[in-house]
Design a protein around this ligand. Sequence first.
Ligand code: ZN
Length: 395
Amino acid sequence: MSLVPPHGGSLVNRVATTQQLPKLQSEAATLASITLSYREQCDLEMLAIGAFSPLRGFMGKADFESVCKEMRLTSIKAPHGNSGLLFPIPVYLAPPDDVAAKIHVGERVALKDDKGNILGILHVTEKFAHDKDLEIPNVYGTTDDAHAGVAMVKKSGNILLAGPIDVINANFNPEFPEFRLTPHQTREAFSKKGWSTVAAFQTRNPIHRSHEYLTKVALEMTDGLLIHPVVGETKSDDIPADTRMECYNVLINNYYNKDRTLLSVLPLAMRYAGPREAVLHAIIRKNYGITHFIVGRDHAGVGNYYGTYDAQKIFEKFDLANDLGVQILKFEHTAWCKTCEAIVSSKTCPHGNEHKIAPSGTKVRELLKAGQRPPMEFSRPEIADILIKWAQRVG
Ligand SMILES: [Zn+2]
């Protein structure tokens, strides 16, 4: 049995080989440079390791426009039919306007992180106006500045630079290097374990009982489970990645079959684009070698911009077998039912809300701050204790 092929057919790798490195490094030192935003640094890493396959660099104008309008690339065709390959969110480089003004098509430019380290080289093949009026309403479904993703786009440069990249070092100071597997490495790990079907769970939160349930239901259907939290740029009120990683490790060590579960982090900068981001998450995980992707309620949303199940419904627009090649596992809201004595959803349990143990996020934070564990039917005591430490530290 073999793993699912990457999106577009082959796994991109833009990281220079040991042989190529010296030449690239000495060239980069002579070039004009651009300091990337944090989001662009994350995107560069995702491009470098093939997580955004089939993209080999920052998008040009035709792809930017067709992705915004139709969620499809123009540069790469879908495997069947005449349409472009599915890709829901543009990936671009938008430097400050005064920096972009000095860079011309045909040039090679060094890309730096915020510490001045040279990450790689961009071969500039296109330079074009950043059509934020096209991007924002199409990708985010709102133009509200209070939306974290929208605000990020509005703040970014008005000129986009596109072209393939050659990467020297995608990240000089990676978080959780021991849990930072590339798509190539997860694929290798799955093969070694003999898994051909793998479910992935995307998260930017600690895992409580209801999400533990979803992941285990998924694992009942597959050979393995990839717990794949986002550790790139997240919102400032999200729980920090180190606290979340402690939770995931404790949970896996105590409550999961370790032979069937893999924990790895994803260096993705969240857009909070709800439905479109759910599609991006599925494509990314396909590149990591997964075959089943869990989409719960409010996937990758923020505030009240998207309907509870919009991120599930968007997949109905596509021919999943041809466009994606990944199965979407759609889950309803789940919680502990005191009468069923199990985690249930409205699909599986006939009892009303008064039977459920589902404290609100605000209530949970209050309890944690006061040093109290939420009900064990909501959160495992080991997880509660880690979160109490965090809540009391941040005050
Ligand atoms: Zn029930």
